[in-house]
Design a protein around this ligand. Structure first.
Ligand code: TRP
Length: 463
């Protein structure tokens, strides 16, 4: 059921086959790309990537990451785009339509992942709101560690996370074009500008060379280290928000005129660019204050404790830069949360035939209720992160690759619609990758994650 490239969907698909004739559409190509980049860019870019690079091989990690992005991340992204755009339905319906009823549970798993991830992601986002507002009013605390303990759980955490959820629900209720697209078009350039600005400013800091070398000093033996490879691969697809149907759902609002291959390259490029620049912005700051020793602990610790410490020590300039940084972090979290809630909302809309407003309100409200758990207990947040982030997503991506590679008919044709000759030539490579390369690689990543999760649970689960 491939339409001719260049013709709007409504002209080429008989009305009866259109799953929902009134289905919303993106207003522009740029709007879709920015919304997808918004989903992809989040805490994973602003800290997880630079941190992993510094820890596992510097420039060698960056090279491995780009390779993984090209051979694993982008192909799975294309798989999601092909499934979503061809079915024009959210995950459950799209998998059923392209592969039969037996695949519906996978769609349900995606919805569950979205639900679970959003419920702790929004708690972390709530801290970000709190930090931004606090810094605006009173500057950064002298003892961020005590401050973090104070605000990271309990009533305060609940309140700020509620505020964040209200904004998220409000935007998703606004719809694809008027809600998510509009927000992304305003917010994503803002985020990029802030990070670039901080990176340029960081070049003037005394510790900048030291910072860059902490971040990027190549340790070439890591290029062949399987653990580092698996880490780079895991990060590539976590960073692109793959494995739970977020990109699939966004693609369901695309027309076939669009060249999804080109768009996938833009999304992956922007996502990588922002992650790379984040490292250039942050390490000189940490180096200038000699705080490398504090970085090692955990992702969250570094973001909410080490960086505020550095900002506090830098006086007025640190305050301005710090506020900007936390605003950028908040923007990243918000645009990612939009895609998480959209998966859940669109699924309820398609499957239960509810209106967008009702679906977003009910599901957003349900997520907000579940949030009470991670907002009150940090260790449950850590467990949810491992369960969803490491296990559900990898498993989801694995099955998605198997789905497009072996089950769905015409996935490659779907990608060929509306594309350039250059990408058409690469399609056989894509088919080869999703059939023979990606499933075994993800199986190895999954095996490692299961082992790590079991070890973590054994010692209490918290990070
Ligand atoms: N990509 C996000 C980041 O880099 C995190 C993420 C993973 C995500 N899976 C997702 C966001 C699904 C939205 C939807 O921080």
């Amino acid at each position: 059921m491939i339409s001719e490239p260049g013709k709007p969907i409504s002209e080429t698909v008989p009305a009866a086959e259109q799953s929902a004739p009134e289905r919303e559409m993106w207003g522009s190509r740029l709007g879709f790309v920015l919304a997808a980049v918004g989903s992809a860019v989040g805490l994973g870019n602003m800290w997880r990537f630079p941190y992993l690079a510094a820890e596992s091989g510097g420039a060698a990690f960056v090279i491995l990451y780009v390779v993984m992005l090209l051979f694993i991340g982008v192909p799975i992204l294309l798989a999601e785009l092909a499934i979503g755009r061809s079915a024009r339905l959210s995950p459950i319906g799209a998998l059923k339509k392209n592969g039969g009823k037996g695949w519906a549970p996978l769609g349900l798993l995606f919805v569950a992942s979205g639900f679970l991830i959003l419920s702790y992601y929004s708690v972390i986002a709530g801290w970000t709101v709190r930090y931004s507002i606090d810094a605006l009013i009173g500057g950064f605390p002298a003892d961020p560690s005590a401050r973090f303990d104070e605000i990271s759980s309990g009533a305060g955490a609940l309140g700020f996370h509620l505020l964040f959820m209200l904004i998220t629900i409000g935007i998703v209720m606004g719809g694809i074009k008027k809600g998510i697209e509009r927000a992304s078009i305003i917010l994503m350039p803002l985020l990029a500008l802030i990070l670039l600005g901080i990176a340029v400013w960081a070049m003037t800091l005394e510790g900048c060379r030291e910072g860059y070398s902490f971040y990027l000093r190549p340790s070439l033996e890591n290029l062949l280290d399987p653990v580092v490879m698996a880490r780079a691969g895991g990060q590539a697809f976590f960073s692109l928000s793959l494995g739970m149907g977020a990109m699939l759902t966004y693609a369901s609002y695309l027309s076939r005129k669009e060249d999804v291959n080109g768009e996938a390259c833009m999304i992956a490029g922007a996502d990588f660019g922002i992650a790379f620049v984040a490292g250039l912005a942050l390490f000189p700051i940490i180096a200038a204050l000699g705080l490398f020793g504090d970085v090692g602990e955990s992702t969250i610790g570094a973001l909410f404790i080490v960086l505020p410490k550095a900002f506090a020590a830098m006086g007025a300039v640190g305050r301005v830069v710090g506020i900007l940084f936390f605003v950028a972090l908040l923007v990243g979290a918000l645009t990612s949360a939009l895609s998480l809630l959209e998966v859940v909302t669109a699924s309820v809309m398609d499957e239960l035939k509810l209106s967008r407003r009702k679906a977003a309100l009910i599901m957003g409200g349900a997520v907000t209720l579940l949030d009470v758990l991670p907002a009150l207990s940090l260790s449950s947040l850590g467990i949810m992160d491992q369960l969803a982030g490491d296990l559900f997503l990898v498993f989801g991506a694995l099955l998605m690759a198997v789905f497009v590679g072996w089950r769905m008919k015409g996935a490659a044709d779907e990608l060929a619609a509306g594309t350039r000759p250059f990408f058409k030539k690469l399609l056989p490579l894509w088919v080869f990758l999703v059939r023979f390369v990606i499933p075994p690689v993800l199986l190895i990543v999954l095996y490692n994650s299961v082992r790590a999760a079991m070890a973590a649970l054994g010692i209490g689960g918290a990070e």
